[in-house]
Write a new protein. Sequence first.
Length: 278
Amino acid sequence: MTTSTDLHGKVAFITGAARGIGQGIAEILSERGAILAVCDLDKKDFLNLEKSVSDNGKEIILGSVDVTNQDSIKTFVDKVIDQYGKIDICVPNAGVIGSKGFENRKNFIDEDWESTWGVNVKGVVNTVEAVKGDMISKESGKIVIIASHGGRKPRGVGEKGRGTGQHPYMVSKAAAIQYMHQMAIDLGRYNINVNAVCPGRLWTSIWESIAINHKETNPDYADYSPYEIFLELIKGYMPLGRPQTPHHIGKTVAFLSSDDASKITGQAINVNGGAILN
């Protein structure tokens, strides 16, 4: 027997899905019955996801896409719509923490602004623009933008004298949340729900770079491994005292993509163990 949280027959388009949060979202949506249309910069990085989905007898289509390039993402979206006739769920997930070498810097540089804005903001816009026409024509769709709790209210003086290296990332995620609000207003008349999920701290390649940055720039962490720094920060800043996993984010995305969330739009939902309360 199916329930309203089942996603059987739905086509889910996810960017940045080869690893980390994107992979976790893809695995959960596939488990719930969705057909996966997933992309990342290099299709070769999808080996683990493709195997896990195929082993479970589920359907998946892969693409190499640069979300900062409108033509690149449109080509993949057109291919998906040609094959399946629709995109029901869109998850703009691709994101970066900064430009090359971020983990070794205490403060941001111009390239960090360019990189985070290009992927975390313009990449989200490009993704939504590529799918919204099809959703509007069908008067149906779910868009779930992956933002960050770093895009919510500032956190005061920082963590053990932390520098300002993450400013571009945090500002870019705040912009993604504001863009979500605007899209919820614009697309609501077409029965399209637009929401965001704001993850907290997960052990992904992005957070490994942040932890290395702490180790390189803060003497308090000189004797810690990157993963020990990650756990130490969680204990100090999250009431639940434990990290999130990509599957935790995926389950929230699955809920927002389901009929159970049909009356929810324009919301940014924290999945962060209570680290930021709003």
